[in-house]
Design a protein around this ligand. Structure first.
Ligand code: PLP
Length: 375
């Protein structure tokens, strides 16, 4: 049985009629960019997240980069974040000319270790970007407290965590700014690129509305260098069809995670994900830790199980940041976990039989790979 890490087609089939009708409506309307669907979606997602303002954008990367622009963070500034994430997080810091300062992770949650943030703060620090990786909320109380005491902004990278909650609040609405991605494989994915920035600040909202459309709030009046980061009406229409399903999809992911945990409980070599107290994790990825990961990954691939490594190289060791001379060994927990993690097939529509097959195959491969080493 071949089991992919995600099956977007299966989800499409559940909403096909509504999505096709919505797209056809857009095509017939003659309004293709930043029209009624964008406006309505911005309102609907504000209600869903319980936040004052939402600005649709072209991508999650743009949300991160325009968040920094809106806060006037750039050359000479430092931004604290994690190296255990997708490159877009630190890339956005680089786009505005600021320096990423990486703090090590908590090995249980894979998120930035809030207890280590304070030691990384310098007079140049302007913001913290916590990433709710794999759909698991960061320890926001601690992060917000540090930010308040040191007068720093908090930009939440919630690209993998729409619908996740920390103490009853949706992530992406707790800091000054929340950034979301609607890349097709995200928990709320469209059928192209898309992103969103959320904030409770009218000032930040107005800045981002201008920045996304060539730096001017009034047409043909340009106050600053902006970008073209407008969302297509077709994408907004698809997102409006899908938004009402996000909670049920996230709930299904949580049930699948619990089932995997149960299936793996008989194998001591597989470390299953942990959740922080008082959080609602939405399992964008279901990620286990295993010894001999690379060998097991290859064995799974040979058997048609689509597991993935998120992410194989931590950001401080990526060539893109070579000019900062970050050294191997600088973030020991990040580096160690990079070698252990493996994300397994996870999507709302996965069946129990498929999960059983994944679990059976993984247990076999892990046991085989590790007994070979022992000899
Ligand atoms: C996907 C993702 C992004 C970037 O989103 P795009 O829409 O692909 O630009 C940023 N950060 C994280 C953690 C992501 O997973």
């Amino acid at each position: 049985m071949k089991i992919p890490i995600i099956n977007s087609k299966r989800q499409y089939e559940t909403i096909a009629q509504k999505a096709e009708a919505a797209v056809l409506d857009v095509m017939r309307s003659g309004s293709y960019i930043l029209g009624a669907n964008n406006k309505e979606f911005e309102k609907e997602i504000c209600d869903y997240l319980d936040v004052k303002h939402a600005v649709t954008l072209n991508s999650g990367t743009d949300a991160l980069h325009l968040a920094l622009r809106a806060l006037d963070i750039g050359e000479g500034d430092e931004v604290i974040s994690t190296a255990f994430t997708f490159v877009a997080t630190s890339e956005s810091i680089g786009i505005v000319g600021a320096k990423p300062v990486f703090v090590d992770i908590d090995p249980d949650t894979f998120n930035i270790d809030a207890a280590k943030i304070e030691a990384a703060i310098t007079p140049k620090t302007k913001a913290i970007i916590p990433v709710h990786l794999y759909g698991q909320p960061c320890d926001m109380d601690v992060i917000i407290d540090i930010a308040k005491r040191h007068n720093l902004f908090v930009i939440e990278d919630a690209c993998q965590a729409i619908g996740a909650e920390y103490k009853g609040k949706k992530v992406g609405t707790i800091g000054d700014i929340g950034c979301f991605s609607f890349y097709p494989t995200k928990n709320l994915g469209t059928m192209g690129d898309g992103g969103l920035l959320t904030t409770n600040s009218q000032y930040i909202k107005d800045r981002v509305v201008a920045l996304r459309n060539h730096g001017g709030a009034i047409r043909y009046h340009h106050d600053e260098i902006g970008v073209n980061s407008r969302l297509d009406e077709i994408q907004a229409a698809i997102l409006r069809v899908k938004l009402p399903y996000v909670d049920s999809w996230n709930k299904a992911r949580r049930e699948h995670a619990a089932y995997y945990n149960e299936l793996f409980s008989k194998c001591d070599l597989i470390e299953t994900p942990k959740e922080l107290d008082n959080t609602y994790c939405v399992y964008h990825q279901y990620t286990v830790k295993i010894p001999n990961r690379d060998k097991v990954h290859q064995m799974l691939a040979d058997k048609g199980i689509g597991a993935m490594i998120y992410y194989p190289i931590p950001l401080h060791l990526q060539k893109v940041h070579a000019k900062y001379n970050f050294k191997e060994g600088m973030l020991p927990i990040t580096e160690k976990n990079t070698k252990l993690v493996l994300s397994l097939p996870m999507f709302a529509e996965i069946t129990k039989e498929e999960q059983q097959e994944v679990a059976k195959t993984l247990i076999e491969c892990v046991e085989k790979a590790n007994s070979a080493v022992a000899v």
